[in-house]
Write a new protein. Sequence first.
Length: 321
Amino acid sequence: MRLTSCGIFKSIIKSMGIVDLLSRRKKQARGEPDPPLSQDRVPQTLRNQVVFLWLETIGNIKDHFFGHRAMAVYQQIYKTLCMEYGSATIGHGFDAAEALLDFFQNATDEQALDAIELSFRVIQQRTQGYEYQAQLAPAKTCEDAINELNRRMLAAGVGYQYISQQLVPVESELTANEITRPALLVLHDQRFSGANDELLRAFEHYRHGRTKECLNECLKAFESTLKSICTGRRWKYDPNATAKKLIEIVFSKNLVPAFLTSEFTSLQSLLESGVPTVRNRLGGHGQGIQPIQVPQYFASFALNLTTSTILFLINADTQNP
């Protein structure tokens, strides 16, 4: 069923979260797999679910006293999209809320991803304060809505997760839960702010198909992590040192415990030949007469390798004082 702008913003639907419906249980019993993750499509079912999450977190625009506050949130999302797309208007409706809904339901897949990312970023910024919560009493907290959004995207086969105010690509639920999310959470530490910014830029480049730029930011994030660890431990290093030199320092200082050295003899080779090599050969140097094309799967490999390596290094630093 297609949601329409007529009346959809008139009231807030009481939040129920994700319900384990009979049809879903029967599908699981039949052994039917979830749809494969794709970064190229946003199905209509997910768009409808996102609209309900907007309703549940932003609040009721028909509230007699405070509805204008909810409308202001929709207006910010709408006006920002208009500005970034260089368009006077997007969608059709009597107000910004209805026009935003109309645009989102009919947008291209990439535009729909833009709207999801921007809307939840604005929701985080505008609706979490005590005053807003007390006045509009949204049916769902921002944190709960983000958790539900991430679960519903995976269930719909959409290969992104909303983390650190950005949609980041994932290849599987395991990647999201065990690598991507934990890595970005630990990078929130102020010591790793540079690496965090660079890794988020790498994800953003990847989402928009800028694969060379993605590789460059991957290496920057990797090197920044190594430098932050060296700085925190007061290990001397050349500020212009390459990844190879930085790797040599953290291994020579026994960041990996000595009794595990034999098990990790291949790790240094993996780190040295992994992210830096992919980046250097495909994205980091002059490309000559023939432009070098970096396939999307190479960028995906670099992102996954970078993220898991950064997570390993920070865990090693944290757990080996």
